[in-house]
Design a protein around this ligand. Structure first.
Ligand SMILES: Nc1ncnc2c1ncn2[C@@H]1O[C@H](COP(=O)(O)OP(=O)(O)O)[C@@H](O)[C@H]1O
Ligand SMILES: [Mg+2]
Length: 382
């Protein structure tokens, strides 16, 4: 067991947490609507859309699990059948999974879709339930002009039993369905999950770090740093991946606390972004500001105020026996670096200094790269 990752399995993308902060309102609303509808014996088809890592899969699984636990809703208890159709995007391979879910096994050869569905129907009759069939990552399946979606969305009419269908995809799939299938989803049966905000990502990271990591092994500033990195895409999956990577990086160096450089290293290994060529286009001013920033961050965490950076920069220029730059030049240089994507500048409330962060690569590594270019500075006196 590591010293930081006490429960690494809880960071696995397939781990389903018992709570989904910031999705509870959606979950409650959907649970209520399913209870109402199924209570009257009417299936409820649903489309869930939203960007990568917006919690679509987690929401659907939580919904299915919660409904299963309710026991009998209307005529029968509910059973969720979750199928990720991404790799097996054909009606027949999906149908094989459906058969498995009703505990009948057909060898995968030669049966037509309608033969398979006949057998499925027998299985349903032997295990009478309301089936909540979740087709995750259904874009490829729908684009292949599936018949299965139509048949499942009209299950009662075509004699397949009592079925509610959940389609999950980043984008709107209903537009691609035939009008008959689309009409069974209606207008209200779709939910589009917004991207998580930076504050929400911080909350999610807090909750998941609390499950996975040893208390005291991480500081809140590490979580806000990761949230800042993941915020442009609002992607909780990426955020959790960076958290796990940072924990590993710290453990592999024998430390028992995650440092902000571990986060940069983890981010860099997931999406290698900065190349040395990015440094080549920078002015000398920019290189020295970046060096002052890298050195400060190496010691001091995930971001610093522009005032502190300006002081550090002046000290660095002094070390190089160069004159300090004016406030305007310093500010223009920060903006140049911001545009290059190497740093990010956040202006606070009016009157408070901007915060400067650099999440692209480990600060110590960046410092070394720049020092190779500009020299280490010459002591003025020996
Ligand atoms: N609200 C949330 N609270 C806690 N963890 C979440 C939340 N939303 C997503 N996650 C976690 O983030 C990761 C990505 O979520 P997922 O549902 O797979 O996203 P999607 O299917 O939209 O790509 C999963 O590990 C999931 O457990
Ligand atoms: Mg998913």
């Amino acid at each position: 067991m590591g010293r930081i990752l006490l429960h690494e399995e809880t960071l696995d993308p397939n781990f389903l947490p018992s709570q989904l902060p910031f999705r509870t309102e959606e979950l409650d609303r959907l649970t209520r609507r399913y209870r109402e509808s199924l209570g009257r014996g009417v299936p409820f088809h649903l489309q869930i859309s939203g960007g990568i890592g917006s919690g679509k899969t987690a929401l659907a699984k939580r919904l299915g699990g919660d409904l299963e636990r309710l026991g009998r809703i209307g005529p029968a208890p509910l059973k969720m059948v979750y199928i990720n159709t991404w790799r097996r995007a054909s009606d027949r391979t999906v149908a094989l999974d459906l058969l498995r879910a009703v505990e009948v096994h057909l060898p995968d050869r030669g049966y037509s879709l309608s033969e398979m569905l006949d057998v499925f129907e027998q299985g349903v009759r032997r295990h009478p339930r309301h089936y909540l069939i979740v087709l995750d990552e259904a874009g490829a399946l729908v684009r292949q002009e599936t018949k299965l979606v139509y048949l499942l969305s009209r299950a009662a009419e075509v004699g397949l039993g009592s079925i509610s269908l959940v389609l999950i995809s980043p984008d709107d799939l209903l537009a691609l369905l035939d009008p008959a299938s689309r009409s069974s989803f209606g207008i209200t049966h779709r939910i589009a999950l917004p991207q998580y905000t930076r504050e929400q990502l911080t909350g999610i990271l807090e909750m998941r770090a609390g499950l996975a990591l040893r208390p005291g092994s991480f500081d809140r500033s590490v979580l806000t740093q990761i949230a800042r990195i993941a915020a442009p895409n609002g992607d909780a999956r990426f955020a959790l991946e960076v958290l796990g990577g940072a924990a590993h990086a710290a453990e592999s160096e024998g430390r028992d606390e995650i440092a902000s450089d571990d986060v940069r290293a983890a981010k860099g290994s997931i999406y290698p972004t900065v190349s040395e060529s990015q440094l080549e286009g920078l002015s000398t001013h920019a290189l020295t500001v970046l060096l002052a920033l890298a050195r400060s961050l190496r010691r001091r965490g995930s971001s610093i105020s522009s005032l502190t950076l300006r002081t550090a920069h002046a000290a660095l220029l002094d070390e190089f026996s160069e004159k300090a730059v004016s406030r305007t030049t310093f500010w223009r240089t920060l903006q140049e670096l911001d545009r290059s994507g190497l740093i990010s500048l956040e202006t606070g409330e009016s009157g408070t200094p901007a915060e400067v962060s650099m999440d692209e690569l480990p600060a110590s590594y960046l410092a070394t790269l720049i020092e190779e270019r500009v020299g280490h500075g010459r002591p003025k006196r020996r």
